[in-house]
Design a protein around this ligand. Sequence first.
Ligand SMILES: [Fe+2]
Length: 390
Amino acid sequence: MNFNFEQAFNFFPVPTDIQFGPGVLQSLPSRVQALSARKAFLVTDSGLREAGILDTVVALLQGNGVEVEVCDRVKADSGSQLIDSTTAELKRSGAGVVIGIGGGSSLDTAKAIAALATNPGSCLDYIGLHKVRNKPLPVIAIPTTAGTGSEVTLWSVFTDDSRGLKVAIGGFLLYPSVALCDPELTLTLPAHLTASTGMDALAHAIECYTNTACQPISGALALEAIRLIGLHLRTAVLNGSNREARYAMMLASTMAGIAMNPTRLGLAHALAMPLGSWSLHVPHGLILAMLLPLAMEFNYLAQADRFVDVARALGEPIDHLSRMEAARSAVEAVRVLARDIGIPASMAAYGLRPEHIKPVVEEAMKSGNIPVNPRKTAAADLERILRSLL
Ligand SMILES: [Fe+2]
């Protein structure tokens, strides 16, 4: 692992109680009871109901004496209006714990409503870092994708419906109390979602590992996540019922999520927020899958030693290569991986047009991910990257 060994740094551990492994979902009722709650408010999307997972979870809770109220109206890039109206439902329900189950949007909505239950006003009043002051209701986060890492992060990302813009609430109080990471829940995830969410996890790990804020503790977690994803993402996409691949991908997603809390990410994630905004609703994972090789291409010269580590973690044969060639091979490895798992090379089909580029770049440049990007980034650089996706 390449680091500056004179670097002074701070690492804050994740306070979330992480329960990991096939079948850990079964411990949900006892987790609710350990949090002294008799009633749970469950937040999810209609896809989980259709997949039968919601019914299983509700039956599991009710069968063990836990009352449940369900909100299954979360959509991709769910918005502030849903958060505010669901908070009112949560308060009326008298539930003592919020359970978020699903992809990133369901988990982020659960985290936001739990915070709003004990903090007055609208979620829009808390955009930014450390604005939430009162301890939220406890959250149990149950991911059904291996990608966002939201179950172990301090962020809740959602759409500000008044502006159509993706925003985030962040802070130490936003961490879920418990994460139930059960790889069995991902066995039926469709191939295209496995591919895009897996690439999101890879983007978390690579942007974290190569950025200027990374330190050896986040670095170790991120590098192992990169290795696991390089070994297992293709299998998880092409043979979704492979338990080893699903286990490895969920582990990688969780490790990358823990790694990125203290470091933030890079230019691909800076662009992801506005590309998920306004009329552009390109799914977050797909944005990252398309942007990651382009961001790496732009960055590798500025942080070559770390990119050499990335290439090695991805299993590239680099021993006979020069340092720069080895760093460059990390970019190529990710490009080939994206191609192998069917990631499209253009956002045109998702509505990206030349007129979007200026406002997207303007918004991306305000991101806290830009100052830590390994290579100094100007608006013109982001414009060039986006044009290659038209
Ligand atoms: Fe992400």
